[in-house]
Design a protein. Sequence first.
Length: 422
Amino acid sequence: MESKTRRFALVALCAVLWAALAVSPAAAERDAIDLFTHEQAISVPAGESDYYSIELSGAQYRNARPDLADLRVRDSRGVYCPYVLNSSRDEETSEQRSYATAPIGVAVEKKDGEAIAHHDFQVVDFTGEGEVNAIALETAAADFSCQVRVFARTAKGEWLPVATDTVYRLDDVVKLSVEMDDVPLYQFWRITVDAPSPFASLSVTPRLDRKRSESRGFIKETSVDFSSAEMNGEGRTVLSVQNPDRLRLVSLTLETEALFKRNVELRSGEERLAAKQLYRIPSGGEMAVDTTIESPGDGFRDESFEIIIENRDDEPLRVGRITAQYRIDYLIFKSSGYPPYALLYGNESLEKPSYDIASYKDEILARTIPPVTLSAPVLHEVPKPDRNMGKTMFTVIVIVSACLLFVTSLLIFLKKPARARP
């Protein structure tokens, strides 16, 4: 009898624990992990490609999670395709400037027993500003190779060594420039070579040749809805702006015909995002205009915010339109070879995916990636797991399990035979 009681207790305990796991919040999340509120069919262009590009829009920003962690691309097998998000592109900018010089003369001197020749030049129209990182030489000399030493000085300063290099013209092989680190544009320049100088005639041009690679976001423009309210007691105009698509706004431009110069503040709730003085005033026969306030960092996605204009004693500023610039993202997904594909989003339970292609994102973006088109979103009813109910049920089952164990232990104790007294 005691063995049957113990077996009953063990079976009851296992059943209770199984029920607890079945109704736990984690189990509810597992059941909803492949359910999405929104689905859009993807139409890929003709021809084959390893990767395709989706331009995200307000439909995704509005209905996906703010961090976009629930975006998924599914193929016809039901398998998720790896993807990366691209929010910017690298742009190379070039800055080039040249400064004309006039020759001063050539001087030969002996230094440490060796004869050297100095070719001196002066910058024409010198302003005292600028930078250079190279000296370009021009000469009619041929079949030569020599080391040149470049010096520079101010009008009252000493000669400073700037760079040393070898220049040459040997048949069709020519090198007639000296590269250097960025230095200020000096007024006087000297090219020193061992005498006799191979340059019967020589001209030099200090120049700046700078290339930079900058990361720029993908920017689009749209007009935003707003309402205006006058805070007459405080001398303010408050523009309440709506951003229902949760676009990542980077700047806002106020469009008005009024002449003004006022302090403007961008605020979300109690948080001050940015502040700037905007103006539209006549100046020197032209109109000086700056009516754009930029948001900090990479932008913000608040659904509503305020633009506060300090009118002081002036009449309220009438704003006819607000144009917003916002960043967009591109989802680049890897083709599995099993179309059709679908873009899915709207799932609170998913964690942000981690794919290998993120490790070679730059190589992927260097390719020409064909864009796709999306159909209208199809909405799905997805029941949200009630986490509190799961926790409550779990607590109740634990309490019931403890009671069952207590009752079973008590029954076993009572059924034990009494020990014989000695």
